[in-house]
Design a protein around this ligand. Structure first.
Ligand SMILES: [Ca+2]
Ligand SMILES: [Ca+2]
Ligand SMILES: [Ca+2]
Length: 156
């Protein structure tokens, strides 16, 4: 009886979370989002918790706004199995995504902010993997726009 009650309560709380956030963001909304792709729960690291959040979204359509954009890892305006695959590849270290994690430590930290600025002003080079991660708006350039997005994310 008690267990049943707890299970019911848990189910209700999950539903509340989903109901409160049941909406999506358009691809256009995501272009301007300041959040880092893949970090769905905004704890500044990309790990299995984010992967779980994306999988739950696919079943229940729970994510919206910045969370939805962060979950749209491949920038196609949809959150689906392709994003799960991209996130898995990133976590396993097989293929990194545009995260802002310029020094590839799986955290967004102050060093990422300074690394991008150092690269822009020609102080310190970035390798291919680092440049890819630093190009957070995905326009194939690492420039002031990426710097501002990473900086804003770090200080948010
Ligand atoms: Ca995270
Ligand atoms: Ca996607
Ligand atoms: Ca860029």
């Amino acid at each position: 009886m008690k267990l049943r009650k707890i299970t019911a309560l848990l189910a209700a709380s999950v539903m509340t979370v989903c109901a409160a956030t049941a909406a999506t963001a358009s691809a256009a909304d995501c272009i301007f989002v300041k959040r880092i792709r893949g970090d769905v729960n905004f704890d500044k690291r990309i790990d299995s918790k984010d992967l779980d959040a994306v999988k739950i979204h696919i079943r229940r359509n729970c994510l919206k706004g910045d969370s939805f954009c962060a979950a749209d890892v491949n920038w196609d305006g949809k959150v689906d199995s392709k994003d799960v695959k991209a996130l898995e590849a990133h976590i396993k270290g097989k293929k990194k995504i545009h995260t802002g994690d310029a020094n590839t430590t799986n955290y967004i930290e102050f060093f990422d902010v300074t690394a991008v600025m150092d690269y822009i002003i020609g102080q310190k080079p970035l390798n291919n993997t680092q440049r890819y991660a630093a190009d957070v708006n995905g326009d194939n350039l690492v420039d002031i726009e990426d710097y501002l997005m990473i900086r804003d994310y770090y200080f948010s």
